[in-house]
Design a protein around this ligand. Structure first.
Ligand SMILES: O=C(O)CCC(=O)C(=O)O
Ligand SMILES: [Fe+2]
Length: 339
């Protein structure tokens, strides 16, 4: 079965949204976000002591911008550029890199969500997923060869994102008075995936979502977007637009960080909106445990007054239950709550 490419639908100029992309009324984007809405916090990693701000950002938001993060702005521009070049290429070139769906839902390559159950609503999004770490998973021959420097840029970007994620996990650990390597050690061998998402312009952005509400499953996600905007984070039951900042990186805490910190820090529920005029591009880098890793709340953070809130889980089992059910706006992690 072939996936329907959203880009082809968009370019065909359909005036009506096909029914499989129409969200139920309660999940549709609100018509106009309040102009006074707050935005996610910004943390300057070159400041003498980012920890107090970081602590607030991690406990109240689960998402924040980092600036002065040490990743060369030119590299951020390059990865956005090769992503745009890929999606701007002829379909026959892109199709050579289509996800092999026979290997399961997490196949790498050029993909678009397919109907899993009769009642799933499709995302208005196409993507390209790269498996980058550990090195044994990396196969650059699965990445486009028809765009100059594509493979080199992805390789360099993977390295910089690993370095920044480890640096952030170290500061986050210290902000909880844990040893600097605590979270990195708790996650173990890193599984890193880099997903370039492409959201074509949509005839009815009021009825569709680029990506439905979800929290990321691993430890931490580093995301960059272009200047179009569309990423929203849920804060106190309200959707807050994440203002595009060209040189900043969005940090999103994911479910396993919430488990390890025993809920002191929250994984952020987020989604992507689409718009009628411009296509949007984002690049998300996921930092996940291996499928066999046991994840549990840090014993150091558990006391009589603050008992364990989550059950221990093998990461692969957690992922499997999620693929079975689909996110549908619910937090995956609620399944692990100890009542
Ligand atoms: O495109 C975005 O801004 C969000 C992407 C995202 O949340 C994801 O890929 O998990
Ligand atoms: Fe996400």
């Amino acid at each position: 079965m072939e996936a329907q490419r959203v880009q082809i639908l968009s370019e065909s100029g359909v005036a009506n949204l096909p029914p499989s992309y129409i969200q139920p009324p309660s999940l549709r984007p609100q018509s106009s976000p309040s102009p006074s809405a707050p935005s996610i916090p910004t943390i300057d990693l070159s400041s003498p002591d980012p920890i107090p701000l970081l602590r607030r950002a991690c406990s109240h938001w689960g998402a924040f911008h980092v600036i002065n993060h040490g990743v060369p702005p030119a590299l951020l521009q390059q990865i956005r550029s090769i992503g745009l070049q890929f999606f701007g290429s002829p379909m026959e070139d892109k199709a050579r890199y289509a996800c092999d769906l026979t290997v399961g839902p997490a196949a790498q390559g050029y993909g678009s969500r397919m109907l899993a159950k009769d009642d799933t609503v499709l995302d208005w999004r196409d993507y390209f997923d790269h498996h980058t770490l550990p090195e044994e998973r990396r196969d650059p021959t699965k990445w486009p060869d028809f765009i100059p420097n594509y493979r080199e840029v992805v390789t360099q970007y993977s390295k910089e994102m690993l370095h920044l994620a480890n640096r952030l996990l170290s500061i986050i650990s210290q902000s909880l008075t844990l040893p600097p390597s605590y979270l990195e050690d708790a996650v173990g061998d890193v599984y890193q995936n880099i997903t370039v998402s492409f959201y074509p312009s949509c005839p009815r952005p009021d009825l569709a979502l680029g990506l439905q509400a979800h929290s990321d499953m691993g430890a931490i996600t580093l995301l960059i977007q272009d200047d179009v905007g569309g990423l929203e984070v849920l804060k106190d039951d309200k959707w807050v637009l994440v203002q595009p900042l060209t040189e900043a990186i969005v940090v999103i805490l994911a479910d396993m960080t919430e488990v390890i910190t025993n809920g002191t820090y929250k994984s952020a529920v987020h989604r992507a909106l689409v718009n009628a005029n411009r296509a949007r591009l984002s690049v998300a880098t996921f930092y996940d445990p291996s499928k066999t890793r046991n994840i549990y709340p840090a014993p150091e953070l558990i006391t009589a007054e603050n008992p364990a809130k989550y059950r221990e889980v093998i990461y692969g089992d957690f992922v499997k239950s999620w693929y079975g059910q689909g996110p549908e706006g619910k937090r995956n992690i609620d399944a692990l709550l100890i009542q």
